[in-house]
Design a protein around this ligand. Sequence first.
Ligand SMILES: [Ca+2]
Ligand SMILES: [Ca+2]
Length: 548
Amino acid sequence: MLSAIVVILSMLAPSSVFAYSGYGLGTQQNPYRISSCAQLQEINNNLSGYYILVSNIDCTDYNFVHLAASSSFSGTLDGQNHTIKNLVIDSSGLFYSTTGATIKNINISGGSTSSSGDGGSFVAIATDTIMTNLHSSMSVNGGISAYVGGIVGSMSGTSSVDASSFSGYVSGSAYSGGIVGAMWDSTTSVTNSFTTGTLHPNGAYNGLIVGGFFAGTISRVYTSGTIDNGATTNIGGIIGDSQASLSNSFSAANFSGTHSGNGAVTAYNVSGNYTNVFYDKYITNTFGMCNIGSCTGGTAVNVGNTTPTYFMNNSTNGPFNAWDFNNVWQTTASYPTLRNIALFNDPTSIPNDGDANNDGTPDSYQANVLSVQDSKGVWSTVTIPSSSGCSLGDGLSTSAISISSDKGYSAQTNLTGFYVYCPTSGMTVTITIIYDKQYPSPLLRYYNPNTGAYSMINGATYTTKTIGGIVKTTATYDLRDGDYLDSDGLANGIIKDPVLLALAPNAPVTGFSISQKSSLGNINDLVLIGSGIVLTVFGVRRLYKNRA
Ligand SMILES: [Ca+2]
Ligand SMILES: [Ca+2]
């Protein structure tokens, strides 16, 4: 009897443990969708879940408490190239402890944390954790703590940092660094990463990439950052205490102020070895490659300021001959940068300078605002009330549907396919779509991808709004999860809605429609074909007019 009760309770447990405020089941297929600082904080409620950021997040005025304080995070946090702005964390970093976790594709802009032990923007203590495409300009104030890093404090097991950068401020005592405080195991690595930020050492054996390099691999890294406290000695441009392998890297560390007893590459070379390593002799204050211990395998360039641009706008000088400039790095007028950093930039073409719904907040910070450009070049901005708790996603490229013509109607736009993700099933959400110009007598049509049929959207209302000096048509209607406008037909928390704007029958034809069904799976493909037809028709008409 007792064992039966235990079995029943354990079956109930997974769904009753954590009621997430947004959409998601915490699986890779249905990850928890995070669009606010409060939801970021909710990671603490399920430390093995799969999480994604679905918009940028502004954490201004939110008192964030570091995650995974008492047990490790073992899940996945994928920022999907979104930024977390002004994240102020009580201590340690976003996560205190991670084991077997994956953290990727996140930019932390501004904000701060402090630590009284291991600390880092993302993780204080990382075990067997994969960290990729992470960037931070946070202030990580370790003060007199050891093992503080711009990205991560301590790394052990198979932990790795790849394709990441730090441009903030980090302070710590011994074994602190711009990317990592300390690397403990031979299976740890830091690759394809750089620092431009400031390291404020309050003790010895700090480096602008890694403080305590006790084991592991560092390759294809550089620093052009600043070490701003000359009162401490035994600071390295790249590494504080080196006991492992550094290759294909360079130091242009700026020792700001008066310094003595430091190393251009390494402070204390215990047993480190170096391959294809370079340092700017002039910028690094004419320090030797290492301060304590002998080291070989490094090349001094720009001696006496004779080649100040050796590392700039260049992809062939050593160590760049071992870097991937096709996929990972790109040259700039100055030092190289990572290609993935540009992925965090807002698209420049969103209407009204990125605030298409004209509420004063950049849409990139609003999961309830989504702009989609169809292949006619027409922008549709879908908005839902933020109070709904739902978030929007672009469904165009993932819908496996075919398109047929909307007979009797002339399409003014191509399909706008979007998904609404809601915290509970069966919700009704009010949709407002802002089109980028004014249309006379507009009608909103729903396309059913399952039957290929179009239908009128019942109860839709139309008005105009002037945004950025342009008069725009808007359409508003209610959408219920599982109802006739939801293409999946299920009350399941997701609403899939392909719609288009059309003119009534017999209205002047100013657009086009696709005249036959296709089995192609991607609307974009079809729409591109349609655009080609339109261009051809227009071209013929113009030619005809010119001749006439
Ligand atoms: Ca906005
Ligand atoms: Ca549904």
